[in-house]
Structures are given as C-alpha cells and as structure tokens.
Design a protein around this ligand. Structure first.
Ligand SMILES: C[S@@+](CC[C@H](N)C(=O)[O-])C[C@H]1O[C@@H](n2cnc3c(N)ncnc32)[C@H](O)[C@@H]1O
Length: 266
C-alpha cells in the first residue's frame, strides 16, 4: 500500500506546492520554492493570478449554491487546503451541501483531514485520484457514498486542465464526466491563457522544464470545454471579470492570464 508521506517526492517540484508558495502558504519544499522563484522571475504577476483564480473559485461556487441551487460538488485538482475551502463556501449557503475533493498529489492527501470539516448536515470526502482516469473517480466509493449522481452535481476543475496536454485528450475527459452527470448539473473551470501576455507561455514553459506538463490555451480552446453546455453570463472571461463583487479596474487581463467560466447542462 502506498504511504503518502513517503511518496511526497520532495526533490521534484509539484504544482500544488508551487501554487501554495504563490498564495503565501507554508506547505512547500526547497525544490518547489526554487522552481516557483524561477517562474516569478519570468512572470512576477503569478501571485495575482493565483489569488484572482482563488477568488473566482469562491464566486463561482457561491453562484452555483446560492443562485443555481446546486447542493453537490465534485472538485478535482483541489490543491492544498486554503481558507475558505470550497465546502466552507457552499455550506455557508447550504449547510446540507456535499463535496467530494480529489487530487493526485500525495501532500494534498496528507492534509485531506482539513478538507473533511463538514457541517453536521452536509458531507465531505477526499479521494486520491487522477483526472486523466475519470472513470476511476466516478466509480469510487467516495463519490458513490457521498454524491447522488441522479441529482445535479457541479464539476469543479479549477486551475487543473492546463496540466493536461492535448495527448491526454482533456476535452474527452471533461465530456465523459459531464455525460455521467444529470440535467441541471454544472461545470465551473479556470485555465491558464497566453492570449493577453507572452509571460503566461513562459510560465508554461518553465513548468514543463521542471517536469510538470503545462499548456496555456486560447479563448476558443477554453470555450471548447463547454461544448453542449449553456454558458452562464458573462461566458469565458479572465477570472477577475467573472461576476466580480466589486469591479477592480486595477487588474489587467495580462496580469491575470487565467480564463474562467461556469455553465449548466440542460
Ligand atoms: C494550481 S493547483 C489548483 C488548486 C485549486 N483547484 C485552486 O485553484 O485553488 C492544481 C492542482 O491540481 C492537481 N492536479 C494536477 N494534475 C492533476 C491530475 N491529473 N489529477 C488530479 N489532480 C491533479 C495538483 O496536484 C494541484 O493540487
């Protein structure tokens, strides 16, 4: 049986730990810091991207719980626990909401307990799984025991799909997951883009050089993930422009360089 602490592979930078570094967290090792500093040299706005991405996750989840009435969430590529976690956002609106988290980084598994602090009325579960194997997620005990797949589920893919190359066929993976979810379900996702700044391509290149396959995608390519779904206004935008609580004119698309959107399945 694998031991999550032994499997941490601290000599190699990991996406979850670099992201934690950009967000000002403490869960990273020298290899992660060194790789993250190289990224920061090329693109000093990466902490802004990370924070705006996280703020988008909160607004999108809040929208789906409060305005779309969704009570079940499947979050793949959860990352290290960060306040507020998705279940804290949605259970503030609907204490009975159920959330299954999944990630393939063993360090996230080590911290999964912090993701399992559900309200008594709701439920959370954590699954050690890879998005590239969507069937293993869908048939897992954690999903089957926590979510009712006959009722609407929001699939949350926040800042994960840029770690899937075209060879992984990410469009087929998203379509497979959405096909298994009933009408009324939703997709919320965010994705790195180089449409507004070549620095985002440099970020992707630096990640690849550290052994983390990464691809920035264009507006059209990100929009393609929503094929067959109904995009909620304002559609695919840089994340800081997606239903901001208060419009922040100080941020530019180039600084943010992450697209986000939410869609429903008819
Ligand atoms: C940049 S972090 C995003 C964390 C969180 N979703 C957020 O946006 O705040 C990307 C996360 O995706 C996870 N990840 C990357 N590729 C994955 C895969 N193929 N399957 C599952 N998780 C993956 C990483 O381990 C990391 O925790």
């Amino acid at each position: 049986m694998s031991n999550p602490v032994r499997d941490l592979d601290v000599g190699q930078p990991h996406a979850a730990r670099m992201y934690d570094y950009f967000l000002g967290g403490k869960e990273h090792f020298p290899a992660d810091r060194e790789a993250a500093e190289k990224v920061l040299d090329a693109a000093p706005s990466v902490p802004v991207m990370a924070r705006e991405n996280r703020a988008f996750m909160i607004r999108a989840a809040r929208f789906l719980a409060a305005e779309a009435g969704i009570r079940q969430f499947l979050d793949i590529g959860t990352g290290l626990p960060t306040s507020p976690n998705l279940h804290e956002v949605v259970q503030t609106i609907a204490p009975e909401a159920r959330v299954v988290y999944a990630d393939n980084d063993p360090l996230v598994l080590v911290h999964a307990r912090a993701l399992l602090t559900s309200t008594p009325a709701g439920r959370t579960a954590y699954l050690d799984a890879d998005l590239r194997h969507p069937l293993s997620v869908l048939v897992s005990d954690e999903v089957r025991d926590t979510l009712d797949l006959r009722q609407p589920v929001a699939l949350s893919l926040i800042a994960i799909l840029h770690f899937l190359t075209d060879a992984d066929d990410p469009y087929a993976i998203v379509a497979h997951l959405m096909n298994e979810l009933p009408a009324g379900s939703a997709l919320m996702l965010s994705h790195l883009t180089a449409d507004h700044s070549p620095a985002a391509d440099q970020v992707a290149t630096l990640y690849r050089e550290q052994g983390i396959p990464t691809v920035a995608r264009s507006h059209d390519e990100v929009t393609r993930f929503f094929t067959g779904l109904h995009l909620i206004d304002p559609g695919v935008t840089t994340v800081h422009r997606w239903r901001p609580d208060t419009p922040d004119v100080s941020r530019t698309d180039a600084e943010v360089s992450v697209y986000g959107a939410v869609a429903r399945k008819a």
